[in-house]
Design a protein around this ligand. Structure first.
Ligand code: MTE
Length: 361
């Protein structure tokens, strides 16, 4: 479906929600389009490049409706390699702590990396004369009406104007050197590197410069960290902590918990992702539950917004082999040790130390 690999783990057919297996993600630095995770809250719109229009308005001097040709001709094309990560990535680990009813049990695959190509949002904001006020926000709206929202409404989100004006935020029409596929927001989407995937609005048709974060359901009510004792059914707009930047995270992709491996040298690997604007400095691997650690080899990332891939080879003896991984960023911050430490009622941002046991035969 949607030209995805047949071995995708499909959480929902309609709306389509699917992730690649960790082992498929492990195969490449840049995730092929047919393996890139897909997260949707409503029907996938069918908009052609000819039909697509973008209405830019709000606190701007010259509101304007753009078409794709105008955007491609007026603005310099930029490419950014960025990892997109859904706030629900690794939710399955939180569900193991306490149930999270009504939310899909995403595993390790709600994260993928692509080379995105398009115009800088900053250039478009300049062209329409966005007001120069550091307290403004920039809202994005898509055409897909989501029944998940209360009340049902088009998908939307917003980001602060400082991030919107940063060079890395794109209005993207290209993904891995192809036209942006419809399932990933084609003809045009927003890409906000370093922020939760929910802010990268697909099929974007309106950009509005506003005084405060948008009251769209997906900004005001969803994608917020509620207190562990909160009832998500009773939570309303503004409750909890709104999510924007991603926290430091890492995961194992080459193996899954319970895998059997032959005795001898075993190479494990995965990725580490720093928080917004930070750098991965070190990834540690422990085989004794976190008492002692060895350092993994780090690959040079494709740029400041792409995941940092790591590998570590160890000598496995027959029996159970426990693995615990942790990453450090350039401020010496590391991750929480357990999923219980970060459990929240909607199951967002599990960035606890990944743990698994391999069976060595
Ligand atoms: N944009 C629209 N219009 N509708 C959506 O449902 N989902 C968001 C975001 N943008 C969504 C959207 C979420 S939660 C994520 S994680 C990313 O898109 C996923 O992008 P992908 O499907 O290209 O991987």
């Amino acid at each position: 479906m949607w030209d995805k690999r047949s071995d995708m783990i499909v959480h929902e057919q309609d709306p389509f929600n699917a992730e690649p297996t960790p082992q498929v993600l492990a195969e490449s630095d840049i995730t092929p389009v047919d393996a890139f995770y897909s997260r949707n809250h409503g029907p996938i719109p069918a908009i052609t490049a000819d039909d697509w229009r973008l209405d830019v308005s709000g606190r701007v001097e010259r509101p304007h409706v753009f078409n794709l040709d105008e955007i491609r001709q007026r603005f310099t094309t930029h490419a950014v390699t960025a990892t997109l990560q859904c706030a629900g990535n690794r939710r399955a680990g939180l569900i193991d702590v306490r149930p999270i009813p009504g939310e899909d049990p995403w595993g390790s695959g709600a994260v993928s990396t692509a080379e995105w190509r398009g115009a800088r949002l900053a250039d478009i904001l300049d062209a329409v004369g966005a007001e120069d006020d550091p307290d403004l926000h920039v809202a994005f709206t898509g055409p897909d009406v989501s029944e998940v929202a209360t009340p049902p409404q088009p998908y939307g989100s917003s980001i602060d104007i400082a991030k919107a004006r940063s060079g890395e935020v794109l209005l993207a029409w290209g993904m891995n050197c192809q036209p942006l596929p419809r399932i990933h927001g084609g003809p045009v989407r927003i890409v906000v590197p370093g922020y939760i995937g929910a802010r990268s609005v697909k099929w974007v048709t309106a950009i509005t410069v506003i005084d405060a974060p948008t009251d769209n359901y997906f900004q005001a009510s969803a994608y917020r960290i509620l207190a562990p004792d909160a009832d998500p059914g009773a939570a309303g707009p503004g409750d909890g902590i709104s999510l924007s930047t991603l926290p430091l995270n890492c995961d194992v992709l080459t193996h899954s918990d319970g895998d059997r491996v032959p005795a001898g040298p075993v190479t494990v690997g995965g990725y580490a992702q720093p928080g917004n604007g930070r750098r991965i400095e070190r990834v540690d691997v422990s085989t004794d539950g976190g008492t002692t650690w060895n350092q993994a080899e780090l690959d040079l990332p494709y740029g400041p917004w792409a995941w940092c891939r790591w590998t570590h080879t160890l000598c496995a003896r027959p029996g159970p082999l426990s693995l615990v991984i942790r990453a450090f960023d350039d401020t010496a911050t590391t991750q929480p040790e357990t999923p219980a430490a970060v459990w929240n009622p909607k199951g967002y941002l599990n960035n606890s130390w990944p743990r698994m046991t391999l069976h060595v035969t």
